[in-house]
Design a protein around this ligand. Structure first.
Ligand SMILES: Nc1ncnc2c1ncn2[C@@H]1O[C@H](COP(=O)(O)OP(=O)(O)O)[C@@H](O)[C@H]1O
Ligand SMILES: [Mg+2]
Length: 359
C-alpha cells in the first residue's frame, strides 16, 4: 500500500482511465484525454467494451453530468452549485482527472485570496536580482492550466472578494492573461477551462458579479432523491474509505446505514418518513457527506474499541456531533426527536439508548 494518505483520482482510478482511453473511438475536444461520452461513463460507471468495470463515482442524474461535461467543451466555464456535501468538489476532481489527466490544479478560494494567487506572483529574490523576468514569475495553478490547456479547479469561488473574482473575467472572456510587467500575455491553449464550486448555504459569501455569472454555466447538484440512492452512495463511499484506512467493514453495516439515513432524512425534512409526525429541523444541513463521516467514525471506533462489530454505541457520539451544531437549539430538536420518534420505533432501541446517554 502506498504511503500517501490520499491519492488523487487520476492515480486511484488510473486503470479505469487507461481502459476507457484504450477503447475510446469517440471524437475528443482538443487536448482532452477522453471523449465526452467516456468522461460521463467514467463518472457514472458502467462496463467497458472489453469488460473492465468502471465504478460509479457520482450517483445521481445522468443529465446533470452530461450538461457539466458538455459545458466544459464550450468556451463557458462550469460552476457547480449546491448545499455542502453534495459532491461538488468530488465531481470537480473526477471531471478534471478524466478530461485533463490531472486534478491537482486547484485554488482554494478564501476571504484572504488575492489577485496574486489567481494570476501570478513573484519570487522576490529573483525579482530583486534580475528585475521582472519570466524566471522571477511564479505561476499559479490557473496560469499553468492556461499554458498547458488543462482544467483549473476553483474551490468555493464565492468566498473570495468580488474584486478578486472579477480577475477571472478577462481570463474567461479573452482566454488570455496579461502580464503588464513583462509586456507580455499568456494565451490559453485549447483544452483550458475552469470548474468552480460554490455553496448556497454559506454565510458571508460574495455574490458573483453579473459579468462573471454570464461566463459560467451553472449546474446545481441536489441532495439524493430518495432513500435507496442515499443508502447506496453511503454504502459505496464508506466501503471505499474503510478499505483505504484499512478498517474492517462489518457485515451489518448496511442495516446501520439505513437507520442512520432514516434519521438524517427525517430531521432534514422535518417529517417522519411516513409523514405522520412533524419534527423540528436542526440548524446544520445533515448532508450525505456528513452521514459518510459519521459512519467512517463509527467504523474506526468499532475496529479499535469494540472488537469489530458495529454497534449504535460506536456511531452515537459522531451522530450527536453531526446533529448538534447549535448547543442549545439543536439539543432540544434531538431530544424531542428521540422521545417522540425513536423511543417507540421497533429496531431502534439501541440507537435510542446510545444517543440518550450522550445528551
Ligand atoms: N451523489 C453522490 N454520489 C457520490 N458521492 C457522493 C454524492 N453525494 C455526496 N457524495 C460523497 O460526499 C462526499 C463529500 O462530497 P464533497 O465533494 O466534499 O461535497 P461538497 O464539495 O459539495 O461540499 C464525497 O466523498 C462524495 O463521495
Ligand atoms: Mg467542496
Amino acid at each position: 500500500m502506498s504511503d500517501i494518505l490520499r491519492q488523487t483520482a487520476e492515480v486511484i482510478y488510473q486503470a479505469e482511465l487507461d481502459a476507457l482511453k484504450a477503447e475510446d473511438s469517440g471524437q475528443k475536444p482538443d487536448n482532452w484525454h477522453l471523449s465526452p461520452r467516456s468522461v460521463v461513463k467514467y463518472l457514472l460507471g458502467g462496463k467497458n467494451a472489453s469488460g473492465v468495470t468502471i465504478t460509479p463515482k457520482y450517483i445521481g442524474n445522468q443529465r446533470l453530468i452530461e450538461t457539466a461535461v458538455a459545458t466544459l467543451a464550450t468556451d463557458r466555464a462550469l460552476l457547480l452549485l449546491g448545499v455542502p456535501g453534495t459532491a461538488k468538489s468530488w465531481v470537480s476532481e473526477h471531471l478534471s482527472a478524466a478530461i485533463s489527466g490531472t486534478s491537482t490544479q486547484v485554488i482554494q478560494c478564501t476571504a484572504g485570496t488575492d489577485e496574486n494567487q489567481i494570476r501570478y506572483g513573484w519570487n522576490y529574490a529573483q525579482l530583486l536580482a534580475k528585475g521582472p523576468t519570466r524566471e522571477a514569475l511564479v505561476p499559479t495553478p490557473l496560469f499553468r492550466a492556461m499554458e498547458s490547456g488543462t482544467i483549473c479547479r476553483l474551490e468555493e469561488l464565492t468566498r473570495m472578494g468580488s474584486d478578486v473574482q472579477d480577475t477571472l473575467i478577462t481570463v474567461l472572456s479573452e482566454k488570455m492573461l496579461p502580464i503588464p510587467e513583462l509586456n507580455d500575455s499568456v494565451f490559453a491553449r485549447r483544452g483550458f477551462n475552469i470548474i468552480a464550486t460554490a455553496n448556497n448555504r454559506d454565510k458571508g459569501v460574495n455574490e458573483l458579479s453579473s459579468a462573471l455569472k454570464r461566463r459560467f454555466n451553472v449546474v446545481v447538484l441536489p441532495l439524493p432523491d430518495d432513500m435507496a440512492q442515499e443508502v447506496d452512495i453511503i454504502n459505496r463511499r464508506v466501503g471505499e474509505m474503510g478499505n483505504s484506512l484499512s478498517l474492517p467493514v462489518p457485515a451489518n453495516i448496511s442495516d446501520e446505514i439505513e437507520k442512520l439515513v432514516t434519521i438524517f432524512r427525517e430531521l432534514r425534512s422535518g417529517n417522519t418518513l411516513d409523514g405522520k409526525i412533524a419534527l423540528k429541523v436542526p440548524s446544520g444541513n445533515l448532508s450525505t457527506a456528513e452521514a459518510i463521516a459519521v459512519m467512517v467514525g463509527g467504523l474506526s471506533q468499532a475496529a479499535w474499541f469494540s472488537e469489530g462489530k458495529l454497534e449504535p454505541a460506536d456511531i452515537g457520539s459522531n451522530l450527536v456531533g453531526a446533529i448538534i451544531k447549535d448547543p442549545v437549539q439543536d439539543r432540544l430538536v434531538l431530544e424531542e426527536y428521540l422521545e417522540t420518534v425513536l423511543k417507540k420505533r421497533p429496531g431502534y432501541s439501541a440507537w435510542y439508548q446510545s444517543i440518550n446517554e450522550l445528551l
